[in-house]
Design a protein around this ligand. Structure first.
Ligand code: SF4
Length: 264
């Protein structure tokens, strides 16, 4: 387990200057700094996770001065990471948003969100996007060791959808060569579970994060190492790798909306 430290913050809500392209929000809200779900491709996965103290009290003051807008809950780290089970900061923040009638959009890789299902259904305008990069349990365990399994994430989509919460799946990040193998299955299973839409974004790798992820690829997926070096040689994904067309084809095939920069 990482170390956990409490920190006090001056503000919680972060105003997005241009409406968020992918998730269509006006504000972001992160109950924690850094994340304990340990995804190997993520630069938020660290040895110390910071828990924001007095978060609900602070949020109450901030929402009192807001003019409305949609709040993205979990923009940089997962709001249902492991520490949330004990500390329940996300849960307390959702209470505040619901109390003030504010729309929110939760992003997560964890089925801990089901703990708050009945609370979420009290909102008049809640949306949840559950993200995953593979349907392969072993690969998910290797790359996202403490996140919920793909099966648990599809089950979370199903349970949310059964309670009429607007829910979608995010293929995030798209991991070149790894996500390719289960792309169709992700879209098919998301649709079957009740997802209304698919959004997606490609893996970006920079600096230390790139070095760390290359070591992971070398260790667990040695056959992909050269491909990754080629694709990420410049530090970003070149335009000659894309799953855009395939995603559109599968989304058409399974009759589910796909959004990249449009309205969800
Ligand atoms: S759940 Fe999200 S924020 Fe947490 S380590 Fe994984 S990718 Fe990073």
């Amino acid at each position: 387990m990482p170390d956990y430290k409490w920190i006090s913050c001056k503000t919680l809500l972060n105003k997005i200057t241009n409406k968020d392209r992918l998730f269509q929000g006006d504000y972001t809200l992160d109950p924690y700094q850094k994340c304990d779900l340990g995804c190997r491709y993520c630069d938020a996965s660290e040895d110390t996770v910071y828990i924001k103290s007095s978060a609900a009290e602070l949020l109450k003051k901030e929402v009192a001065e807001m003019d409305g807008g949609t709040v993205i809950v979990g923009s940089t780290v997962d709001p249902y990471q492991r520490v949330e089970k004990k500390e329940r900061i996300t849960r307390k923040l959702l209470w505040v948003l619901i109390d003030h009638g504010l729309p929110f959009h939760i992003l997560t890789k964890s089925d801990l969100i089901l703990r708050d299902l009945s609370l979420i259904t009290e909102s008049k305008d809640a949306r949840v996007t559950v993200s995953l990069s593979t349907t392969n349990k072993k690969i998910a365990e290797t790359l996202e060791p403490y996140a919920s399994s793909p099966e648990e994430r599809f089950n979370a989509i199903k349970k949310l959808s059964e309670k009429n919460v607007r829910v979608g799946a995010a293929i995030m990040p798209v991991l070149p060569m790894i996500t390719d193998e289960s792309l169709e299955e992700i879209i098919w299973m998301a649709k079957n579970a009740g997802a209304e839409y698919i959004v997606y974004a490609y893996l970006e790798l920079k600096g230390e994060q790139k070095k760390r992820f290359f070591s992971t690829i070398e260790r667990y997926f040695p056959g992909y190492l050269e491909g990754y070096k080629h694709l990420y040689g410049q530090g970003y994904l070149p335009l000659n790798y894309t799953l855009d067309d395939k995603i559109r084809v599968y989304c058409d095939k399974y009759n589910i909306n796909t959004v990249f920069g449009g309205n969800l």
